[in-house]
Design a protein around this ligand. Structure first.
Ligand SMILES: C[S@@+](CC[C@H](N)C(=O)[O-])C[C@H]1O[C@@H](n2cnc3c(N)ncnc32)[C@H](O)[C@@H]1O
Length: 257
């Protein structure tokens, strides 16, 4: 799943999309994990190199990444530092990709630790000086977000940084995010976010389309109910948890313990 600013509008606005959006899967990422790296890796990796690698290079104690997914960002963090990188990822299908990423690398296996519990159940780890939340915060309802900020307060050393990525507007029209060819087969993902009656959540529905030569297509859908949070609200919540505004960075909100 990608929630960064979509690139191309492919179809007209669709009221149908909102009424026909499937409900979220009982096992989140069951569908998406197959496609995530293929369709998002190159863009996410470049973004992480641009925005996070230098922060990771400055870490002296450890780095905690929450909502690590398949480990695209984790890998950039781990490549940029020799301190431990703690990756929290509760979804089994996403974690399967995350763990497989280190299978071929003994140095990375020494360097990275993977935690299967959600952040609100994470037991204390050794203090870190950088905590990273990318493409993830809107997965949490407000009370769990508060737990995230109190985790930052508890796990960061004094002076340590919490970084959260800035997200673009929700795609109110079906929007293509990425297209990649593997051999003669084309993989494509598009997304649309629809309101849910009586809820502050938006239902983001991802549509994966796999087209073989001759035009035969496999289509898969997965929805996620996400909690939009604007920058002012987020800043206020983090401040209530006892962190202060940190050095400004493009693409990131930065807070200091
Ligand atoms: C959109 S993915 C982003 C993955 C990665 N940060 C990236 O940018 O590629 C969001 C991830 O947050 C994880 N997540 C959702 N709720 C969580 C929670 N309560 N604690 C930790 N991670 C969570 C999901 O399982 C998912 O892998």
């Amino acid at each position: 799943m990608s929630r960064t600013r979509p690139a191309t509008v492919t179809r007209a606005p669709s009221a149908q999309a909102s009424s026909s959006a499937p409900v979220p899967d009982a096992e989140p990422y069951r569908v998406t994990s197959e496609f995530y790296d293929l369709l998002h890796r190159s863009r996410y990796r470049r973004k992480a190199q641009r925005e996070l690698a230098s922060l990771a290079r400055s870490a002296r104690a450890g780095i905690l990444e929450v909502g690590a997914g398949t480990g695209i960002v984790t890998e950039v963090l781990a490549e940029s530092t020799s301190v431990p990188v703690h990756a929290v990822e509760p979804s089994r299908p996403m974690r399967a990709v995350l763990l497989s990423r280190w299978a071929g690398s003994t140095p990375m296996r020494r360097h990275v630790r993977v935690y299967p519990e959600p952040v609100q159940e994470l037991r204390p780890i050794e203090p870190v000086d950088l905590m990273v939340c990318v493409n993830f915060v809107d997965a949490l309802p407000p009370p769990t977000r508060d737990r995230l900020w109190s985790t930052a307060r508890a796990m960061l050393r004094p002076g340590g940084l919490l970084v959260v990525d800035r997200t673009g507007p929700a795609p109110v029209r079906p929007t293509t995010l990425s297209t990649v060819d593997v051999g003669d087969t084309r993989y494509e993902v598009s997304v649309v976010a629809s309101p849910i009656a009586g809820s502050r959540c938006l239902r983001w529905t991802f549509h994966y389309r796999v087209t073989a030569p001759g035009g035969a297509a496999r289509e898969e859908f997965e929805s996620f109910d996400l909690w939009p949070v604007d920058e002012a609200e987020l800043r206020a919540e983090v401040s209530s948890a006892g962190l202060t505004a940190g050095p400004e960075r493009p693409g990131l909100l930065v807070f200091r313990r």
